[in-house]
Design a protein around this ligand. Structure first.
Ligand SMILES: [Zn+2]
Length: 271
């Protein structure tokens, strides 16, 4: 499932590849994503000028002169880039296509259809965007901020950092990895952690995400291929999905459910 680093990787690849600014065609093949695609999007995007592509949390924003396309990749969504839209075979699970004036095109493919596509004239009021918390890689996400939020609540620390209203873009994988690096047990209550714990955690989150983005950057070339390989990547994770801890003890990791999500942690390394 794409998390912040994967979306950032896709965002950077799109910026690199999309040179044309004007949309010449917009096609919808299947409107049934997580929310039904508004058929009026066609009209909104057509001939509109693309100003920039940015990432906000796990959303990709295509900012046009008249409004913004909000793309979410859901669980299995990928954006395929093509140097020419001509003779393209539309495949199973291709849902929409943007064709630019220079002939380049992107197609959204999503097997499980949990992704979404919206158009908004006023992005700051959009229901998907308006409640998003701070960006984890920005200065607003710091130990003082997180400590302030955490001490007032009594939730598992893992849930706190996965709460999109507090900090946006951290999912199960990177939450688990960050807590391992910060040596904090994922089920520890947020009000029981001290300031130093929060300093460690914030720095771990930033480090884990930055490394993942850097690794994602190396696979950007896959994203360009015409066979539609996704921009995601497999990387080595310390605890998520593993049986044993990478520490020298090499002990068996504990697996618990927090808020219905499987959490991996080392009972020795994480306190
Ligand atoms: Zn360990």
């Amino acid at each position: 499932m794409p998390e912040l680093p994967e979306v950032e990787t896709v965002c950077r690849a799109l910026k690199k590849n999309i040179k044309s600014r004007e949309v010449s065609q917009f096609k919808i093949f299947n409107r049934n994503l997580r929310w039904k695609i508004d058929s009026k999007i066609n009209k909104c995007v057509h001939k509109n000028i693309l100003l920039e592509i940015i990432r906000k949390g796990k959303y990709l924003l295509f900012v046009f002169t008249d409004g913004t396309l909000i793309i979410h990749l859901g669980m299995t969504g990928i954006l395929k880039f093509f140097v020419s839209y001509k003779n393209l075979k539309i495949e199973n699970h291709d849902h929409y296509q943007i064709i630019f004036k220079d002939g380049t095109s992107i197609i959204y493919n999503d097997v499980r259809k949990f992704g979404s596509l919206h158009w908004s004239n006023k992005i700051e009021n959009n229901f998907l965007i308006k409640n998003l918390g701070v960006e984890p890689l920005s200065n607003k996400f710091n130990a003082d901020y997180l400590y302030g939020v955490g001490k007032k609540r009594k939730v598992a620390i893992k849930n706190l950092i996965m709460n999109q209203k507090i900090v946006t873009g951290i999912g199960n994988i990177y939450a688990s990895e960050s807590l391992f690096l910060a040596k904090i047990q994922p089920n520890k209550k947020s009000n029981r952690l001290n300031q130093q714990n929060y300093i460690d955690l914030v720095s771990a989150v930033k480090k884990v995400l930055s490394i993942a983005i850097r690794k994602g950057g190396t696979t950007i070339k896959d994203f360009k291929t015409i066979d539609g390989k996704p921009g995601y990547f497999h990387q080595e994770l310390s605890v998520y999905g593993r049986e044993t801890c990478p520490c020298e003890l090499n002990i068996k990791l504990k697996k618990i459910k927090i808020n219905g999500r499987t959490s991996f942690f080392c009972g020795k390394c994480q306190k």
